[in-house]
Write a protein that binds this ligand. Structure first.
Ligand code: SAH
Length: 258
């Protein structure tokens, strides 16, 4: 039995030459595009910072007074949470689409809910509706340990892979699941925040709240919009209820979505 020699037409140097010339050229030609993507994600220019300051002033005139909340919003580049097309308008006080028919909440709404939640350092906060992760980031910037649940698999996967501040806020834990169920394994929570329109007050979320803990949620009302509520859990498991302004959220839906 002799050694079988493989016959190649291109010669032994074909592959090394192909890799060092053709592929390298393709890579170099695409480099500016990659760099642009990279810069877009991480560039927080003076213009962005200026627009953000203006947004914070707008929130102030609309009635937000908690300086901690305003500082957190001033510190977080909201344009990182949106597609590049929204870069210039990211600091308007508006909700924007983030895919899967969902939205990043309006900054005023985020500020309003956060203010009602009275977040303190190291508190355990359960958030229903991860969405763009902007609200969770505001809570983390204020020092909270955030447990956030998303029912849309695609959004959950996306945030797992590309959340910009993974290293900056290791205190945010992501979960794929149904917010109506909460997170039994991690209870009790100091605070619960629901960022989708709740058709009713989810009983399991009340159970998972500490006595004295607060829950902020937009609850469907008869007009088709939502009334912002703050519940304070009593020692006996019941709760006190305070009602605030009306808002408009995407619906809180039952079950998970693949
Ligand atoms: N907090 C988000 C707002 C997202 S909009 C942000 O800062 O961007 C509301 C989100 O709630 C959507 O992503 C929607 O998919 C999610 N959602 C709706 N019903 C849910 C449920 N039952 N459990 C978990 N997430 C839910």
């Amino acid at each position: 039995m002799g050694i079988k020699l493989r016959k190649t037409t291109a010669g032994p140097l074909f592959l090394p030459i192909f890799y060092t010339t053709v592929l390298a050229k393709v890579y170099i030609l695409h480099l500016p595009w990659h760099m642009k993507e990279y810069n877009r994600l991480y560039e927080d220019t003076y213009q962005h910072k200026g627009l953000r300051k203006k947004l914070v002033d707008t929130l102030r005139t609309k009635g937000i007074t908690d300086e901690q909340v305003l500082t957190a919003i001033n510190n977080i580049p909201r344009h990182y949470f949106l597609e590049p097309a929204f870069d210039k308008i990211a600091y308007e006080d508006r909700a924007f689409p983030i895919g899967e028919g969902q939205t990043i909440s309006q900054p005023y709404t985020v500020a309003y809910q956060t203010e009602l939640l009275k977040v303190k350092k190291n508190e355990k906060v359960l958030e229903i509706g991860t969405g763009s992760v902007f609200q969770a980031t505001v809570l983390a910037e204020m020092g909270a340990r955030v447990f956030t649940i998303e029912r849309q698999k695609k959004l959950y996967d996306l945030q797992q892979s590309r959340y910009v501040f993974k290293n900056k806020y290791p205190g945010i834990k992501f979960f794929y699941g149904d917010g109506f169920e909460g997170l039994k394994m991690y209870q009790p929570f100091d605070k619960v925040i629901i960022t989708a329109a709740a058709p009713f007050i989810p009983p399991k979320l009340i159970e998972q709240l500490k006595p004295g803990g607060l829950m902020v949620l937009p609850l469907d009302d008869e007009s088709g919009a939502q009334r912002m509520l703050r519940l304070t859990k009593r020692e006996d498991g019941t709760y006190d209820e305070e009602a605030f302004e009306q808002f408009s959220f995407v619906p809180m839906l039952q079950g998970k979505n693949k």
